[in-house]
Design a protein around this ligand. Sequence first.
Ligand SMILES: C[S@@+](CC[C@H](N)C(=O)[O-])C[C@H]1O[C@@H](n2cnc3c(N)ncnc32)[C@H](O)[C@@H]1O
Length: 268
Amino acid sequence: MIVARAAAVLAEHGVDTARTDAEWIVAHVAGVARSNLATDCCKVDEADVWPLVLRRANREPLAYVLGEWGFRRLILRCDARALVPRPETEQVVERAVELCNSLLQSSVRALDVGTGTGAIALALADEVGADVVAMDASEDALALARENAARLGLDVRFVGGDLRDGLPPGPFDLVVSNPPYVLPGELDALEPEVRDWEPREALVDEGQTEALVARALEVLRPGGVLLVEVHEGRAAELAATLQAVGYEGVRIGQDLAGRERMVEGRRA
Ligand SMILES: C[S@@+](CC[C@H](N)C(=O)[O-])C[C@H]1O[C@@H](n2cnc3c(N)ncnc32)[C@H](O)[C@@H]1O
């Protein structure tokens, strides 16, 4: 069966998830759900499968090879213009949804800083009907995010700009962000899928998190919350920074694996 042969090629090229990735690719080409592959996939044209397998064997991220990726309830278009949305970011959205729902108001104003594919912004518009502004410094990422919004029929206002120069005018109830948080010295040790394919500006921390903490105070309403995804192992440091600049109720949140991956604080 083609899945087994494709998986063998991917394994030879060091892909850890060779079998499942082969299944994803074959199911994608066949136009069936991966879970139904065994029963639904009677015929697939191998000529359509192998180019995708070879791209994956070249360690291109599966999401780019498929051209789409699931995030929360949405299927997002994905390509090399923006970071592939991660499961830990779905947990950040989970917390953002809780925060939005805890506000006793009909509409929440939220800002997603560094929106990439638009993942966080679009999920908030979808799940809580928030009035969302999303910003990014990358015009490529913004173009992809706009395509995703249009395809999904979700209304988000996208804004270009460098967060270090300031954020779009508030007041916002929530500022949420998954900023770049890989230190330059850590880049070489990353998996080829990340290091060689995802945009460098989406990965490398060049003072964005620190700037975000200060800039968010300028656009949050009093009582509004900043929620930030952090590098594993740096949550305590970021929580201390939030406290030092005057945020209240600072807390660290965990992802599903119990790792400290988000920090939040409330503007006084
Ligand atoms: C880690 S990615 C997160 C993308 C998306 N929010 C997600 O979680 O999938 C960080 C994003 O921040 C953007 N970015 C990097 N530096 C920035 C800056 N100085 N100002 C605004 N956006 C920036 C990048 O272009 C990238 O899209």
